[in-house]
Design a protein around this ligand. Structure first.
Ligand code: SF4
Length: 335
């Protein structure tokens, strides 16, 4: 396997230099241009966005690379089988004010940004109407008022898009405002940005999280062990030293991480980097990505086999989100 190399750069520069043209991605990975017409057509459904640091982790001349498959637009995105819809988790029904998603009793999601550093083809929010539903200006005031008025809330979850696309200054201001709300106890940040651009975990951001009154957890999104770079592991060490809880959630994806060996390797590699496996989600049936789905029974068998190979603390919870339920639905591994 031949690896690409890029000079290190700060995260804002990396965000400005994303690969957005299918032709460039294929050329960088020395892949035949026969894949280009389908990639260009599917990129019109959901644009290609991938940081160069993430491309560096892909193998050259391998169209089946598990990281490439997560980002390369393909013709199968035009498949339209029944049951695969634009809002599979029915989040439209759980948005009391713009930028807030309130699904569960004591915790609430804040949509900080509509942008991501990477566009994952299987994303259940690939059709999400971000322009009307993220916090900024007036909607930020409304969102904070909603949280102040709902005294049953204990936890705020920064979500997106990717919330860490937000600048450190803006994050600091928002975290200070949330810390001043007496009934809040916990802050959780869901992000894939440190995985795809590890330099995002700046010393300043670590410091902001460390000094925050709220107990803080960072939930990363890593689907395959090949995504865990040395730079990410170093960033995780820095966060651990600052007392931040590090968790991971992954999605089971056909031909990417639906094999026992890959899942076991993922859990072990996460632990080596100081991250605990948290959730392994069944695929959410979003339109344009049905080719990533696997039957629920296969997922159960995979989880059952993982339980044999892994200690309990490295076994992620196999779960799915069912719209309208009061929590995630756990699915037990069966023989
Ligand atoms: S929200 Fe997460 S899964 Fe969806 S495209 Fe962004 S980084 Fe990928």
């Amino acid at each position: 396997m031949q690896a690409l190399d890029f000079p290190p750069q700060d995260w804002q520069t990396s965000l400005k230099k994303l690969v957005t043209e299918p032709a460039e991605l294929l050329q960088m990975l020395e892949l035949p241009l026969e894949h280009l017409p389908a990639a260009e057509r599917a990129a019109e459904l959901f644009p290609l966005r991938v940081p160069r640091e993430f491309v560096r982790l892909m193998s050259v001349s391998n169209i089946d690379d598990p990281l490439l498959r997560q980002v390369l637009p393909i013709g199968r995105e035009f498949d339209n089988p029944p049951g695969y819809i634009t809002d599979p988790l029915n989040e439209a029904a759980a948005r009391p004010v713009a930028g807030v998603v309130h699904k569960y009793k004591d915790r609430v999601l804040l949509i900080l940004s509509g942008a991501c550093a990477i566009n994952c083809r299987y994303c259940f929010r690939r059709h999400f109407p971000y322009s009307e539903n993220r916090i900024s200006g007036q909607s930020k005031t409304q969102a904070l008022n909603y949280i102040r008025e709902h005294t049953e809330l204990r936890e705020v979850i920064f979500s997106g898009g990717d919330p860490l696309v937000t600048s450190d200054s803006r994050l600091e201001e928002l975290i200070e405002e949330l810390s001043a709300i007496p009934h809040l106890e916990r802050l959780r940040i869901h992000s894939r940005l440190p995985v795809v651009i590890p330099s995002r975990m700046t010393a300043r951001l670590t410091n902001i999280l460390q000094k925050c009154r709220l107990q803080t957890a960072l939930v990363l999104h890593i689907n395959h062990p090949q995504e865990i770079s040395e730079e990410l592991a170093a960033a995780c060490t820095q966060l651990q030293r600052a007392g931040i809880t590090l968790l991971n959630q992954a999605v089971i994806l056909r031909s990417i991480n639906d094999q026992l060996e890959t899942q076991v390797s993922l859990s072990l590699s996460l632990y080596r980097a100081g991250i605990l496996p948290y959730y392994l989600f069944l695929f959410d049936p979003v339109q344009g990505a049905s080719h990533f789905d696997i039957p629920e029974d296969d997922a159960r068998k995979l989880a059952a086999a993982m339980q044999v190979e892994l200690p309990g603390y490295l076994m992620p919870r196999l779960a799915r989100e069912i719209p309208g339920q009061a929590s995630k639905t756990l699915i037990l591994g069966a023989g």
